[in-house]
Design a protein around this ligand. Structure first.
Ligand SMILES: C[S@@+](CC[C@H](N)C(=O)[O-])C[C@H]1O[C@@H](n2cnc3c(N)ncnc32)[C@H](O)[C@@H]1O
Length: 424
């Protein structure tokens, strides 16, 4: 395997298909609790931890999403502490639930109570509180709304917060699966009339199956989890975080691919689930605006220390200066994160980024090189390797719509770049 001979490599950036993990199962342990856009596959996190986590004790994922890297760290004997940061409340809840040990028997007890109560409520036509959010009837059929509302009411009666959150995650996953959305897409598109006619989901069954599946996973996690403290932070990696300076010795993360208007809309993906979890429309709509690059820059001047970015922006702006500003806004925000990551890491820390090099106006943006240059502009950072892998798995279509219009597709990302940097 190429990665076992790292020091023998002269060429630092190369294709290594052993990182593809083609046909491998990606939902082991608690990894299958909830889908999330552009999830990292556990095998990548696991191998990076094995290669670069030797003698390391504190891991940070500054764009934690659904918590893949954190969950893997809690399964590894080295790590004593982990931090995960995100601005999306759904990501924070998923990460928390996936890494929180709960006695499976308590989960089974609650499961039996909730399922029985929900069936009785439905049979007895018990009054239920229909959530009051914009367009609920557009996204859900009336009988689905009734069943979800009954389940949600019963989940709310659970006293223990960790157990309640566990059920809320299964509930949120069910919401998406029984909604009128076209399910394999991460942006919100409604089914067409023909699909809608055939769409008659059994909401209670979908919820039951999801909860059972997650409890089975928890039964294994209880046996596998190591003694590792998990800190999930509702903070913004662009700003000063609550993580102490010089405390982190491994960063393992996959940041957004670009601004959420033209790449992955995390807020849009999370909207229905969060609204059912009582988040207000404003809170939910804001997620995409506060993601990296959420607000376009006004001009193309920037003091960022990346020659690759400068060259790329020049090319794009000749074709479309507005799009060039979109691109720049993402890297301006990214550079703020680099500053914060520089503050929190120890000397000798490894920094592992899994990134996509997207195309804008036909021009490929080498984010792997830009990241390296932004770190090196801050201080002494050594480039170890960049592995290029194919993407066989990600919930991230190979066909992307750069204009945000359904059906208007251009080929974007089939590969990812895994960049390894060491702080000197
Ligand atoms: C590619 S996803 C991470 C996926 C994750 N590796 C997983 O396996 O699920 C990127 C994440 O960055 C988050 N994000 C965007 N801007 C952020 C910011 N300024 N601070 C912290 N997180 C941010 C998004 O909400 C999203 O969850």
């Amino acid at each position: 395997m190429q990665s076992q001979n790292l020091d023998k490599q002269k060429e630092k950036k190369f294709k290594d298909t052993s990182w593809d993990f083609r046909n491998e199962y990606t939902k082991s342990s608690n990894h299958g609790f909830h889908t999330y856009p552009a999830m990292m596959i556990p095998q990548i996190a696991r191998r990076l931890i094995e290669l670069y986590g030797k003698d390391k004790k504190v891991l940070l994922d500054p764009f934690v999403g659904s918590g893949t890297a954190l969950l893997e760290a809690t399964l590894h004997k080295n790590f004593k502490k982990t931090y995960g940061i995100d601005i999306n409340p759904l990501a924070l809840l998923i990460s928390k639930v996936k890494t929180t040990l709960i006695n499976p028997q308590s989960l089974w007890d609650e499961y039996h109570k909730i399922i029985k109560k929900s069936l009785d409520d439905k049979k007895n036509k018990k009054q239920f509180q229909k959530p009051d959010f914009f367009n609920i009837d557009f996204w859900f059929k009336p009988e689905v709304i009734r069943d979800l509302a009954i389940i949600k009411q019963n989940i709310n009666t659970i006293q223990n917060k960790d157990i309640r959150d566990f059920f809320l995650i299964a509930f949120s996953e069910t919401v998406r699966n029984v909604s009128n959305t076209r399910n394999r897409e991460y942006k919100l598109y409604r089914m067409n009339q023909e699909m809608l006619k055939k769409h008659n989901p059994n909401t209670s069954k979908a919820f039951r199956e999801k909860v059972k599946e997650n409890i089975y996973s928890m039964e294994n996690y209880v046996k596998e989890k190591q003694n590792c403290e998990v800190n999930i932070l509702a903070e913004d990696t662009r700003n000063l975080t609550s993580i102490p300076a010089n405390s982190v010795d491994l960063i393992l993360t996959s940041p957004p691919y670009g601004d959420s208007r033209t790449t992955v809309a995390y807020g849009q993906f999370s909207r229905l689930g969060l609204q059912w979890l009582d988040y207000s429309r404003d809170e939910v709509i804001n997620i995409d605006k506060i993601c990296l690059g959420g607000i376009p820059t006004k001009d193309l001047e920037n003091g960022l220390g990346s020659p690759t970015l400068k060259k790329t922006l020049n090319k794009i702006s000749k074709l479309d200066s507005r799009r060039a500003k979109d691109v720049l806004s993402f890297y301006v925000d990214f550079d703020k994160c680099v500053k914060e990551l520089h503050r929190v890491t120890k000397k000798g820390a490894f920094i592992c980024f899994v990134v996509g090099n997207r195309r804008v106006k036909g021009i490929q943006i080498s984010t792997d090189e830009i990241i390296l240059e932004l770190f090196q502009a801050k201080n002494h950072y050594k480039h170890h390797n960049t592995f290029i892998r194919n993407i066989p798995h990600k919930r991230m279509p190979k066909l992307n719509s750069p204009t945000n219009k359904s059906g208007n597709h251009a080929v974007t990302m089939n590969e990812e770049w895994i960049v390894i940097i060491e702080k000197q």
